[in-house]
Write a protein that binds this ligand. Structure first.
Ligand code: ZN
Length: 301
């Protein structure tokens, strides 16, 4: 009995020693960096832009899984409980976020609903509302919206590590300046372009379309779930013909054969735009530069 008591005490002492300022039972993150969990790829890029080398980031949604369809597992919540900060996009993108935060049950965890200050786009299409909820959740694909999200992330990082305030403020200022310059580039290219019809496989560019006067037309998620319904395909092909659309944009995860078939039927070519729903090394700004060069070609040809 005595021995058992000793063991319990030892275990407790061990647990207490492993407690950190934010999470429980945390293995130390590399060289004193701040452990941050983010929901998916775009949040990783924005958090990296502001946190720089001061943060170590864990992405919760594994690649190959749609952030829209994800369900957190027990191990995800354990990982989350070891973080100082949880960054998610919000606006209905991660319907599972509340559940994950509750499951982590970590009183020190700071949470950032990054899109909280973004003016939402109300969805009107019945199928889209079923899939995404009342609002278009793809806020990070608009530039001024992403700047707003980066600001929310900056404030969350400062709350998690006040001693790094100057670094986060400076990184945010740099990021905001570069966003402003890129926004001017987008405006210069898209607002003067002869075409304004953006045809996509996944209706993820609503904020970009709103900001730069484009009309987004898509077969929402038809590609992601296998064979798109024939009626939708025919409608889309008609739209492309009527508006002389020369490029159909698809997401990285879409079946390339299907994209080619659709494009051939519509007399267009298939091209990919990044939605940043998967994680990757390319920065937010570099990805948006890359998207612009493809959009520029499509809208100006
Ligand atoms: Zn999406």
């Amino acid at each position: 009995m005595k021995l058992l008591k000793k063991w319990v005490l030892l275990l407790l002492a061990g647990l207490l020693l492993s407690l950190t300022a934010c999470g429980r039972e945390a293995p130390p993150p590399p060289e004193g960096t701040i452990p941050v969990t983010v929901s998916f790829g775009a949040m990783e890029k924005l958090t990296k832009a502001i946190g720089g080398s001061a943060v170590s980031i864990t992405v919760m949604v594994p690649d190959g899984t749609e952030p829209h369809d994800f369900e957190p597992r027990a191990e995800d919540m354990v990982k989350l409980s070891r973080s100082c900060l949880f960054v998610y996009n919000g606006m209905g993108m991660e319907h599972w976020a509340e559940k994950a935060i509750r499951g982590a049950a970590s009183p020190g965890l700071i949470t950032v609903d990054a899109s909280a200050r973004v003016a939402p786009i109300l969805l009107t299409d019945e199928e889209e509302r079923e899939e995404h909820g009342a609002y278009d959740p793809h806020t990070w694909l608009g530039l001024s919206e992403a700047k707003e999200e980066a600001r929310a992330i900056r404030d969350g990082l400062i709350a998690a590590s006040p001693k790094d305030r100057d670094l986060f403020m400076k990184n945010y200022e740099d990021f905001a300046d570069r966003i402003d310059r890129l926004e001017e580039k987008y405006r210069g290219s898209l607002e003067r372009a002869p075409r304004h019809e953006l045809v996509t496989g996944h209706a993820a560019f609503g904020y970009l379309a709103r900001d730069f006067g484009l009309t987004q037309e898509s077969v929402e998620d038809a590609f992601a779930t296998g064979e798109p319904p024939a009626r939708k395909l025919i409608e889309l092909i008609e739209f492309c013909k009527v508006h002389h659309v020369k490029t159909i944009f698809t997401e990285e995860t879409m079946d390339p054969a299907l994209a080619r078939t659709l494009a051939a039927e519509a007399g267009a070519r298939a091209e990919t735009l990044s939605t940043m729903e998967e994680s990757g090394d390319e920065s937010y700004l570099a990805t948006m530069e890359d998207n612009l060069s493809k959009l520029d070609q499509a809208m100006n040809e």
